[in-house]
Design a protein around this ligand. Structure first.
Ligand code: HEM
Length: 230
């Protein structure tokens, strides 16, 4: 019965769009949680390593990771399918103009490109931070990586791509799921831009370590301690 329902969802165009919307919202939630986790870097080595260790030693984490991977795969697969359908339809209805709901923005016009950048970025990110040697500790691994110019440029690009992707994707998901009404569409739009803006936080974290603000903060703190002792 359940399998039949899932097959029906995959079979209809609206079902595929809804799946894309739901997985997109789940991934946005992951991004917000992941950003919050990485803000722990500012609390220092003990906090960051402590949190990551809790995560990697928790037996439930593996199930969450599998769930996340499946969500990513469904989102990418449905995205490609919906794109392909739109392309076929636009060829059939050659002379019809496409009306973008909510107007055409940089976010909506670049969805495909930001998706490709994000896919490449995530593979790079996982190879460098997840499937690698963690013996130096997660804090050292991340902060020392961000001292590298190329690395930081990649993080800024990924962060901007993510912000653009979500600036359109987030509000579009609500529309697809029928959660829209004249009265509160403006709030969905504002929330969408706020979530997008938050994603710039990933770039900010990398820039903070690139410019050595943590070291400056450490020096100032040590000077203060020395002055107090004297
Ligand atoms: C300041 C920027 C970021 C830092 C410092 C960071 C850090 C990390 C670290 C240390 C891990 C490995 C954790 C583990 O081994 O379990 C990780 C995993 C991951 N990151 Fe990031 N990340 C950043 C930005 C991003 C962005 C922008 C994305 C997506 C576009 C992303 C997606 C992921 C995913 C999908 C995983 C795997 C999750 C898991 O298996 O638990 N990260 N990140």
């Amino acid at each position: 019965m359940k399998l039949l329902f899932i097959l029906r969802v995959f079979k209809t165009s609206i079902g595929r769009k809804q799946l894309m919307a739901i997985t997109g919202l789940l991934l946005s939630l992951f991004m917000l949680i992941h950003l919050a986790e990485n803000l722990l870097l500012f609390k220092g080595e003990e906090w960051y390593n402590g949190w990551v260790n809790i995560l990697i030693t928790n037996p439930l984490t593996i199930y969450l990771e599998i769930g996340l991977l499946i969500t990513f795969i469904i989102h990418i697969f449905m995205g490609m399918w919906v794109r392909y359908e739109n392309w076929i339809n636009s060829k059939v209805r050659k002379y019809e103009t496409i009306n973008w709901q909510g107007g055409r923005t940089i976010g909506s016009a670049t969805m495909l490109y930001t998706a490709i950048i994000l896919l490449i970025y995530i593979i790079f990110h996982l190879l460098h931070f997840k499937f690698t040697d963690h013996s130096m500790g997660f804090y050292q691994m991340v902060t020392s990586a961000f001292r590298n110019k190329t690395f930081v440029l990649i993080y800024i690009t990924g962060s901007i791509a993510l912000a653009l992707h979500l600036s359109h994707g987030f509000q579009s998901a609500f529309q697809t799921l029928g959660i829209n009404h004249e009265k509160y569409n403006i709030f969905i739009k504002i929330a969408s831009y706020l979530v997008a803006l938050m994603m710039v936080g990933f770039a900010m974290i990398s820039l903070y370590y690139f410019f050595g603000f943590d070291i400056k903060a450490d020096i100032e703190y040590n000077n203060l301690v020395e002055m107090t002792i004297e």
